[in-house]
Design a protein around this ligand. Sequence first.
Ligand code: F6R
Length: 589
Amino acid sequence: MCGIVGYIGGGNAAEIILGGLKRLEYRGYDSAGAAFLSDGKIQLVKKQGRVEKLAPLLKDVRSFAGIGHTRWATHGEPSDANAHPHLSDGIAVVHNGIIENYAELKAELISGGAKFLSDTDSEVVVHLLAKNYGGNLIEAMRKTVKALEGSYALMAICESENKIVVARYKSPLIVGYGDGGNFVASDEPALAGLCRDISILEDGDVAEITADGVNIFDKYFKPVTRAKEPNLAVSASLGLEGCPHYMLKELRETPLSVEATVRAFDGVKDNLSTVLKGVKRVILTGCGTAYHAALIGKRYVECFARIPAECETAGEFRYKNPVIDNSTAVFAVSQSGETADTVEAARLALSMGAKVIAVTNSHRSELTRLATAVVPVAAGPEICVAATKSYTGQLAALYLSAATLAGDEIYSECAKKIKAIPAVISETLENLDMRSLAHICASSSGVYFLGRDLDYAVALEGSLKLKEISYVAGEGYPSGELKHGTLALIDVNTTSVVLITDKSLASKSENAVEQVLSRGGKVAVITNVEEAEERFAGKLPLISLPACDKFLSPLLSGVAVQMLAYKAAAVLGREIDKPRNLAKSVTVE
Ligand code: F6R
């Protein structure tokens, strides 16, 4: 998944496209490029590496129209050749999504004489456009998309027409209406500060954008209008406020994220109660860190409301023919609200009669548009690719949602407890010293995060975060399962980080500590259980957290494991905010 942006009008297209791409870099950053129209010619600029590398190449470009792309490689390694736009016969194209039938199309096009210059799936689109072009770009686009399977947001320009032609299917595309020019982009941030109104295109839409206007056609190629909405993208640049990385800044903003999420919940509680009336089964879904939050949400639902709950990664849920009816509520958890697997899981659940509750930090996204109800996460913008404060905000939102399902008495108890938590998270952050454990983890051949029940869910998050930003291998594991296989991996070069925040399960996880120690592995304990602190103090690295209700402890231990990952990545000198091979918003399968 990638970020795309286009502009046509009286402004400096090169400057506008470069600014838009910088704001879209969170969607992918292994290469970037742009194509511009001037004097009936297309000028192409593309480079492997960050968007910044385009800046010197764009200095002398004078153009009224352009399309740009920042890439997260799916098909074809990051390289200049695989960077977009792709060009053929005076037509240039950028693409976000995956063309699933590209191999058949490519073979056909090659046998017809097309010359491919890249290994991407996307290049088939430009060759199809060139083949279908008979003097009318939108007509060529209409014919081309009929041949495509998969997902796409496409933008094309051609040397003989002063317009940008776009199409979307399952990948977001937004048109922006400016003064003296118009815009198109995969996401709102690209349009920050550029236009007052936007329209969100729908699946199957094809549109032509000129300096004077926008013509949109639906999947039957009938002219349509799409509602205009205010452009809410923030144009202010979001500074680091003295932090070396966004990840640290965002971790420090965790108390604010929880506080604002709790406050925002007041505004949706009544609607959520109504939507959840009669619900007999709950399914929670999401990907990556959002899935880890969902795992904890499942336990909240079961423990507070005593309603059967399941949790599944969205990518699995979509393809397992889930058992769903109209008494099922599906909580779709997603920071971005645009993750393809989560959005499609939500769509599937809706089509099967379930109520879908979007738990998201993006209050205007594909997920919020299709959901039956929205529970906002109010973490604010999260720039670092690795999720931190949004995870903790998701936990707060799920905690209150589960309490809502459980009825008024439990809800008021939970609401009281969680209001006190931002201060406890602040205290945790103030006292957390991960430096020496971070050094130990950074020099380990593998780091195992172990825990039971809620601690296990946090262990998964700790291990994902460490892998993601420090590239140290490891695993999150239920501490009781260690002895059934994983123990074979333990040796002096490994570190096990054992989470103990539930007094009733402490002795069980303590067994895991002993099992690792007796095999020569290094062990550290993160705990807020007094007995565990007493047992291990002075004997092994111990991270003490403030005492806390067991259901709210993940909001503290979550911050602790995320901070550990951050510090370990810093020890190793990693590029923390933009880890290799990743992107913030995963809009492809
Ligand atoms: C990990 C991380 C990812 C995301 C996942 C889902 O730090 O950020 O695992 O959590 O890609 O993204 P959203 O929440 O936007 O659906």
